[in-house]
Ligand binder design. Structure first.
Ligand SMILES: Cc1cc2nc3c(=O)[nH]c(=O)nc-3n(C[C@H](O)[C@H](O)[C@H](O)COP(=O)(O)O)c2cc1C
Length: 186
């Protein structure tokens, strides 16, 4: 029987006032409607990583299990000082082998007109070293404060554009997830 693919959607920051979490919820909810995928939402607030690195004490066993199970990742990162947040880096750094030969898509988020593009570029350098296979195309949420309603749903005027982009990106991510999973198992 066909096993559903597991996609972990990673939020990129722990800041209390964070607005990028809304984009992350939106992406996860969109993906939950796709056939044959299981979505795990990963909020770094819910995990604890002692110190730095990926030694046993530096891992959170729940994050270890999620990364072991995941067939693909979708990282939603805000831009902090032209890079991605330290909490996201800390979480990613806690594992290594569990990422190997798995695909990852990225969305950048900002409250200005750049949409987090510099954070995404910086993140690409790190995730390549983690063994993840990065998609050649990303998504951006500039002026994030103007895109969503109070209930986290997307405003009507933005819906068509973002749904079109998400459809394209998830089609690509799932294609890679399927192919790489088959080859990992063989
Ligand atoms: C510490 C910090 C640094 C930031 N640096 C940048 C930046 O370099 N470029 C940018 O476009 N926005 C920057 N922002 C603004 C974020 O784009 C904005 O907060 C946006 O809502 C996404 O981040 P959030 O999820 O933390 O809200 C920064 C925000 C913080 C908290």
């Amino acid at each position: 029987m066909y096993q559903p693919l597991t996609i972990a959607v990673l939020a990129g920051t722990t800041r209390l006032q964070r607005q990028s979490i809304t984009a992350a919820y939106y992406i996860a909810n969109f993906a939950r409607q796709l056939p044959n995928v299981e979505i795990i939402f990963v909020d770094p607030v819910d995990f604890h990583f002692e110190g730095d690195g990926n030694d046993p004490e530096g891992k959170d066993p729940r994050y270890t299990d999620i990364t072991a199970k995941a067939d693909a990742f979708f990282i939603v990162t805000p831009e902090y000082n032209h890079s991605f947040p330290g909490s996201l880096k800390r979480m990613l750094d806690s594992e290594l082998a569990n990422y190997n030969h798995k695909p990852v898509a990225i969305a950048g988020v900002s409250n200005g007109n750049w949409g987090g593009v510099r954070a995404v570029e910086q993140l690409c350098l790190a995730i390549r070293e983690l063994g993840l296979v990065v998609m050649s195309w990303d998504m951006y949420f500039p002026y994030v404060q103007n895109i969503f309603n109070d209930d986290n749903s997307i405003k009507d005027e933005h819906k068509e554009r973002y749904e079109k982009q998400l459809t394209k990106l998830f089609t690509e991510l799932i294609w890679f997830a399927d192919m790489l999973k088959t080859n990992r198992e063989e």
